[in-house]
Design a protein around this ligand. Structure first.
Ligand code: MLT
Length: 401
């Protein structure tokens, strides 16, 4: 019989969103007449903007004629998209990133899991709590030791900087699940910590496009020294409605080194290129053409409008929760609103209650970590009318408790 990786035996039985999906499906089967509003998983609902749709149509047309057909692309992405990323997301903000430091992929979630191929199981990993569950699960699968970094509201969810030197630290800002942002000073403190201890920061910046406040850093590379200690992950999913299209990218600066057991060093940029060359054949030509169109003026205007629409939903969510007497935060520079359950009731109990009495799906906070107990997350990605209706139902449900 095949032997499985030990870590798999230590995982929660189901990935958080699978467990949410299972409960919703069971409820739907038992109560098919209930109109369920899903505000659990952060999946976008607005269509891709017209220039993106046009670009993808053109890409399909290319594939249909001999002269413009595209087979395997470069594993790390087409040069034209890497250049557009550098110009549009970094150079335009005065940040240095070189084209050969950008690796186009099928999304940040895969990259965040796959990057672990580079790191020894001996590394000690610092993971914020509460957190996007992918960081925890992928490390548990590999059997790495995890130190949780409490992120509490009293500290604006920015994470307590540990005393001990951890090998790898995950940071995600704007944050999933709390919707919090990080100040420049705190981000600098994290970078300084990493440089002091030789740690690597894995910076998940998937929600960067939602930042409205001009003082909030968009990229960790705005902080001096970050090019020596941080890998940044970005995604077109929430920025441009690509949750189903699949395209994202990872920046691995050429200066970052890793230690070889027994002596010597290797550059992580070359290692990631090697890993991707071996295990990945590149994001599809169609999705990369779509992503390229995000950087056109029409593309930028369209996605800005969509983001403001989602942030409008977030304000509606936050206001309704506050009206219902709950403590709520986030949603100003992020598409997530985080709140405490009424009277501190268990978050899975509250989840079931909202599902059964209001027909609304939220995400229980403890699914993101122990610090999320008695909290829940709502996403702002629903359409406006459904968001308003969901919040009316939630308010009514809470008032009836
Ligand atoms: C979430 O709801 O946390 C996200 O949609 C999950 C993801 O981006 O994979």
């Amino acid at each position: 019989m095949v032997q499985i990786k030990e870590g798999f035996g230590r995982l929660e039985h189901r990935y958080l969103f699978q467990e949410v999906g299972r409960r919703v499906a069971a409820f739907h089967e038992a109560s098919p007449e209930t109109d369920i509003i899903r505000m659990g998983i952060g999946d976008v609902t607005l269509p891709v903007v017209p220039p993106v749709a046009r670009a993808m149509h053109e890409a399909v047309d290319d594939l249909a004629v001999q002269e413009r057909f595209h087979g395997y692309g470069p594993e790390h992405g087409y040069e034209w998209l890497r250049e557009a990323v550098v110009r549009g997301d970094y150079a335009s903000r005065g940040i240095r990133v070189d084209t050969d430091e950008v690796f186009i992929s099928d999304g940040a979630k895969s990259d965040l899991g796959n990057i672990l191929d580079l790191f020894s199981a001996e590394n000690i990993i610092g993971i914020p709590d509460p957190v996007y569950p992918v960081y925890v699960d992928t490390n548990v699968m590999d059997g790495r030791r995890i130190r949780y970094i409490p992120c509490r509201e009293a500290d604006a969810f920015m994470g307590e900087i540990p005393e001990e030197g951890l090998d790898v630290i995950y940071l995600c800002y704007p944050n999933n699940p709390t919707g919090a942002v990080i100040t420049r000073d705190r981000l600098k403190a994290w970078v300084d910590y990493a440089l002091r201890h030789g740690s690597l920061i894995l910076y998940d910046s998937a929600y960067e496009a939602f930042i409205q406040d001009p003082d909030i850093p968009h990229s960790i590379y705005e902080i001096e020294g970050a090019r020596d200690c941080a890998i940044e992950f970005r995604s077109f999913s929430k920025t441009a409605g690509f949750t189903g299209v699949r395209c994202g990218y990872t920046v691995v600066p050429k200066g970052i080194q890793g230690r070889i057991p027994g002596g010597g060093q290797l550059g992580l940029n070359a290692l990631w290129e090697r890993r991707q060359g071996c295990k990945f054949n590149g994001a599809s030509y169609i999705s990369q053409r779509g992503a390229l169109a995000v950087y056109t003026p029409e593309g930028q205007a369209g996605i800005r409008e969509n983001i403001l629409y989602y942030l409008g939903n977030a304000a509606i969510i936050r206001d309704a929760l506050v009206r219902a007497g709950l403590h709520a935060s986030g949603g100003r520079n992020a598409p997530y609103v985080w709140a405490r359950t009424p009277d501190g009731i268990d978050d899975w109990v509250f989840f079931d209650l909202l599902l059964h009495r209001a027909g609304v799906v939220v995400t229980p906070g403890s699914g993101f970590g122990a610090e999320g107990r008695a909290c829940f997350r709502l996403t702002a990605f629903m359409d406006r009318a459904r968001t308003v209706e969901a919040m009316e139902r939630i308010e009514e449900c809470i008032h009836g408790l």
